[in-house]
Structures are given as C-alpha cells and as structure tokens.
Design a protein around this ligand. Structure first.
Ligand code: SDX
Length: 429
C-alpha cells in the first residue's frame, strides 16, 4: 500500500520523505536522505521516536500491552510452550514440528559443555566478583575458543555460533554462580531438559543426588520465555551496533551483557528486590512513593515504568502468576517481600502521579521475588535475564547480518563545543 510522502519544511526548503508501512504498528518516515537534502541531522537522544531497522521477530504495542514473537502472543507461548520451542521460533520464524523440536533439543543439548580451559578463566576472578562481570569476561572469551564459528558471512557458521550461545549460557551462568559461592562446578546432564539442567548445575552438590522440582523447572522455563526477546531494547540495539562492524557473535553478545547490566535495564530486577528489602514493610511505602515523585530525589521505583509499555507489561502479569505458584510450592506464600510488593503495586496503580505518567509494573518487578524464593542471590538475577535474552540477541544479530539495508551503525551529533581555536604555548597560559 502506497503512503503519501511526508513533507518537511526546512529553512524555506521543502523536503519530501518516503513514508513506509510495516505489517502492524506505526509507519516510519524514511529520513535517510535528509542530510543530503538539507545538510541538517535529525536529533533524537534515547531514540524515543526512531526506528533503527526493519524486523520480523518481535512486535510490541505499548499502549495495548501487546507482545508478539513472530506473531504469536507471549501469553500463549508462556502457557503452552517451552523455552527451546520459543528459541526455535525466534531463530527460524516458525513454530517447530515435533520432529524439528526433537532435533533442535538434541542439537542444543549436545553443545551445553564448554571447553575445559574455560574453567581456568573463572579462577582469575575474586570470589566476590559480581557474576555479571564474570559473564562479560567469559562470554567474550568464547571467541577465543570457537574459531570454526566466527565467520559471520557463512550462514552455517552463524547458526552453529547461535546454537552454541544458547546452549552454553546456562553452563557459564551456573559456573559463575558456583564460583561465587565457592562450590565445585557441576557438568550438564544430557537427559535433562534445558531449565532442569540449569537448576541442577546451580544447586546440585557432589555429596548427594539432586532431584529437580518440576514446579520450579517449569517456572524457570517460563521465566526464560518471558525474557527471551523484546524488540530493539538497549541491549539488543547494542548487539546490533556491535554486529554492524562485523564483530564476531560471541563479542557482540558480551557487549549485550554489559549493556543489560545497567539498573535502568536488566539490572532492574536486582535493584527492585533490593528496593523491596529496603522498604521492608507496607507502612513505609508512602515514604518511598513520595521520594519517587520528588524531582530532586534520584530515587525511582525500580520495576516500574517502561519506555514502550504505557500499559501493563504483559510479561509482568504472567510473572506475577508464576511468583504465586513458586512461593506457594515452596511454602513462602506469606513472604513479607511479596506482601510489600503487592501493596506497593496496589498503591502505585491508584496514585495520580503513576497513572498520569502511565507507570505500571514491568517484568522486573516480580521476577526478583521469584528468583530469590528459588534460591538465587540477587547478584544472579541479571545473569538469568542475560541467559534468557541471549536467544533474542542472537536472533536479532542474525537478522541484522542478513538485512541488505544494514551497514555499520555510525550516528552523528549536534556539536555544542568550542569552535576552532589555536593552541597557546604552555608558557603563555
Ligand atoms: C527493562 O526496553 C525494553 O524493552 C527493556 C526491557 C526488555 O525486556 O528488554 O523491557 C527490560 O529494562 C524493563 C525496565 C526496567 N527498568 C526499571 O524498572 C527501572 C525503573 N524504570 C525507569 O528507570 C524508567 O521507567 C525506564 C528507564 C524503564 C524508562 O525510562 P524512559 O522511557 O526514559 O522514561 P522517563 O525516564 O523519561 O520517565 C518518564 C517520566 C519521568 O518523569 P518526567 O521527567 O516526565 O516528570 O516518568 C518518571 C520520570 O521521572 N518515571 C518514574 C519511573 N520511571 C519513569 N518515576 C518514578 N519511578 C519510576 N520507576
């Protein structure tokens, strides 16, 4: 369907710009020629109004609270599928048949071990190093081991690198956790499903058999699904930008991990739990709500608000349900943190400030409580987010490499510094 061009008047000059439509969601004004035509740049720090690419992977309608992966609603994927099925969907674009799923599970399962030399990287870190620091280092180091899957121009090598990343992130994440707590590494077991394998690598000890709780492995698998991909968020955009220079996939994923670590992004689940612990009891909530509204106070309610969702984050609703299931199973349904979280949510959703600014709980608001109940320390929360988001990063990275329109990302700037001036000798300053 043809759309009328956009007309931009600049310094008395009319510039026509193409309008392009997607399959659903907002159209875009193609500004690629605007500098050539006007010698002016567009300006959009934070990219609040900027589409960086075409994509077929994930669609979000922030006003309606809709999240689709290759067209399928997150609610249905989380309810009926498993994480590796969602991985297949994100990578290949279609839900797998039973045979395709069986083959995909087999291939991922048989890439879960890491090179034995990798364990020596861990011993270089202090035991109290933040596990995200360890993950940044170790995932980037994978490119030192897998020279047979770093040629990004070879589709076969790209898919091998993709499977390796999906398969090895749980192993590396569990190793980061075990190293952090001073326990021996646990090798993956091929007769366990993805989430069960991860829980066992985290919580098994050599002294006794570890039996996976099916309620917890189902919850873990669902938490992975909810975090799998989310359009062009900050860490995905980081992976795409790193990949646009031709960097190898392991280095690009390491860049994504670094970006996700920030408390405004993936670090929010750790920050949200720390905030709930600081609040401590429901009677202190009004004090924190007041601080969140105070322009002079940098405090924000962690786990609330979102750049895109101006409605309830659909993942948060599923996360809340999973939280109740896990706490119920573990006998923590009266967990004081959950009580504080539920009361904070109730108050915030009725408060004029939050309603006017459309600040709703996001996925990070409930994930921390669930992960803590499952036995993970807060420092591991963002590692689990990175583990799950790896498939989204790698799917978006593949799409970027295959996109004929993509070239190295190189934004410009609005320069507000000193115009030309000549150096003055030190003796004359
Ligand atoms: C994730 O992009 C993604 O998709 C990310 C993610 C994914 O899956 O990849 O969904 C994962 O990162 C979720 C978000 C987790 N972050 C947090 O929970 C941290 C707390 N939230 C805020 O830092 C904030 O809401 C952001 C960073 C999430 C969004 O920031 P924006 O879009 O830049 O919004 P903003 O900072 O401009 O806020 C708009 C207004 C501001 O007030 P005004 O300047 O207009 O007066 O709302 C206020 C803000 O002060 N505001 C908050 C608030 N979030 C925004 N006030 C109090 N508490 C908050 N949490």
């Amino acid at each position: 369907m043809h759309h009328k061009n956009a007309l931009v008047e600049v310094d008395g000059q009319s510039v026509e710009l193409k309008v392009r439509a997607g399959s659903v969601g907002p159209n875009v004004v193609d500004i690629g020629s605007i500098y050539r035509q006007t010698k002016m740049f567009t300006y959009d720090p934070g990219f609040t109004s900027t589409a960086s690419c075409e994509s077929k992977i994930t669609f979000i309608d922030g006003d309606e609270g809709v999240l689709l992966h290759r067209g399928y609603p997150i609610e249905q994927l989380a309810e009926h599928g498993d994480f590796l099925e969602v991985c297949y969907l994100l990578l290949y674009g279609e839900l797998p048949t039973a045979a395709q799923k069986k083959d995909f599970d087999y291939r991922v399962t048989h890439h879960t071990m890491v090179h034995e030399q990798m364990s020596r990287f861990f011993t270089g870190f202090r035991r109290d190093a933040h596990p995200m620091a360890v993950m940044c280092g170790c995932v980037g180091a994978l490119s030192a081991f897998y020279h047979d899957s770093t040629d990004i121009t070879d589709p076969h090598q790209r898919i091998v690198a993709s499977l390796r990343m999906i398969a090895k992130m749980p192993t590396l994440a569990a190793m980061a956790y075990k190293y952090h707590i001073g326990q021996p590494f646990v090798y993956p077991k091929n007769d366990l499903d993805y989430a069960s394998n991860f829980l066992r690598m985290c919580f098994a000890v050599p002294c006794e058999e570890y039996v996976v709780n099916p309620v917890l492995s189902r919850a873990m698998d669902r938490i992975f699904i909810l975090h799998a991909d989310h359009e062009q968020n900050a860490s995905t955009s980081t992976v795409r930008l790193a990949g646009s220079s031709g960097a190898n996939p392991f280095a690009c994923i390491a860049a994504g991990i670094a970006c996700l670590w920030g408390p405004a992004h993936g670090g929010a689940n750790e920050a949200a739990l720390n905030m709930l612990q600081e609040i401590g009891s429901a009677d202190r909530i009004p004090e924190y709500i007041a601080r969140a509204k105070d322009k002079n106070d940098p405090f924000r309610l962690m786990g609330f608000g979102h750049r895109v969702y101006k409605n309830y984050d659909p993942r948060a609703k599923i996360m809340q349900k999973t939280t109740h299931e896990v706490l119920g199973e573990l006998g923590h349904k009266d967990d004081p943190l959950l009580q504080v979280a539920m009361e904070l949510e109730r108050i915030a959703l009725t408060d004029e400030y939050f309603i006017e600014k459309k600040l709703y709980p996001n996925i990070d608001f409930y994930s921390g409580i669930t992960l803590k109940a499952m036995g993970f320390p807060t420092t591991m929360f963002t590692v689990l987010f990175a583990l799950a988001r790896t498939v989204g990063w790698i799917a978006q990275w593949n799409e970027m490499i295959e996109d004929p329109e993509q070239r190295i990302g190189r934004p410009r700037q609005l320069y507000i510094g000193e115009p030309h001036r000549d150096c003055v000798r030190m003796t004359e300053r």
